[in-house]
Design a protein around this ligand. Structure first.
Ligand code: IPD
Length: 279
């Protein structure tokens, strides 16, 4: 399956379904949050937690997708890995910003992306439709390939490129102490050169905020495919260039896990030499 095989109505159908399941799951996790949060497990490190909300949201999304799209594959942060025959893979982050959710900070969201195989991305998937729902603000960001990006139905456009020194840049940090130490070293190079730095705690929210002009650019090394799948499409459809590391002597120049940079083309070009990918 590739993008060209999908018609306008296929793309809008996938986007509408992504919107619906993201909103359903997001409403549920917000209701659960009001009753309190239970940590279900720690994952890659003691600071990388999963709550009952993450698990419940993934179950809701998977059940709805199976009802509507039974021959699609599904890959979810909380362990879903279901094969399919249609060429579409749904990539889910049931709560992106789990630490925010745990502390009752508002920046957490549900991310749902319908993807096709694409080797120009480091994880081999590229979203063709997707939605990110922020339940605390009832903001629904969505996009379909070639059809633009919207926030609650209103078309999105990134900010015009500004010099790096006047650009507000978001980033994030991984969960391992070694990666964080390296990310802090990189930040030492970036911070003196930009207007300021933001760390929202949700990569999906950051990419949507970029699409909405709330930031000028975003970068992060060490993301997982579910963190960025839907939101990088939303940023791209709002006019962002999304790429990886600069070409010479790099781990990968494809956008994705080693490094993802998004923003106006000129800003991305100015940031790239400052940003190494993470092993
Ligand atoms: C995390 C968030 C965070 C980013 C981390 C991600 P999670 O996802 O997106 O902003 O900096 O790299 O792992 O664990 O909350 O789903």
């Amino acid at each position: 399956m590739n993008l060209n095989a999908l018609s306008y109505s296929d793309l809008t159908e996938l986007r509408n379904l992504a919107e619906r399941v993201a909103r359903d799951a997001g409403t549920h996790v917000r209701n659960l949050r009001e009753k309190g949060v239970t940590v279900a497990a720690a994952k890659s490190s003691p600071v990388d937690i999963v709550t009952l909300g993450d698990q419940a949201a993934e179950q809701i999304i998977v059940a709805e997708l199976r009802d509507w799209r039974h021959s699609d594959a599904i890959l979810g942060e909380e362990g879903t890995n279901r094969a399919g025959a249609s060429g579409i893979t749904w990539i889910l982050d049931p709560i992106d910003g789990t630490t925010n959710y745990f502390y009752n900070q508002p920046n957490y969201c549900v991310s749902v992306a319908a993807c096709v195989a694409d080797t120009s991305y480091s994880e081999g998937y590229r979203a063709v439709a997707g939605a990110v729902y922020v339940p605390t603000s009832a903001e629904l960001f969505s996009a379909a390939a070639g059809l633009g990006a919207a926030l609650n139905g209103k078309k999105l456009r990134i900010n015009e490129a500004a010099p790096l020194s006047e650009s507000l840049i978001a980033t994030g940090f991984g969960y391992s102490a070694k990666k964080r130490a390296r990310q802090a070293e990189v930040l030492l190079e970036v911070l003196p050169r930009v207007r300021d730095i933001r760390r929202s705690g949700s990569a999906a929210y950051d990419l949507c905020a970029l699409a909405a002009g709330r930031l000028d650019a975003y970068y992060e090394a060490g993301l997982k495919v579910w963190d960025y799948a839907a939101a990088e499409l939303i940023a791209r459809e709002a006019g962002a260039t999304v790429t990886g590391a600069a070409a010479a002597g790099v781990i990968s120049s494809k956008p994705g896990t080693p490094l993802l940079i998004a923003g106006p083309a000129e800003t991305v070009k100015a940031l790239q030499p400052l940003l190494p990918a993470l092993k």
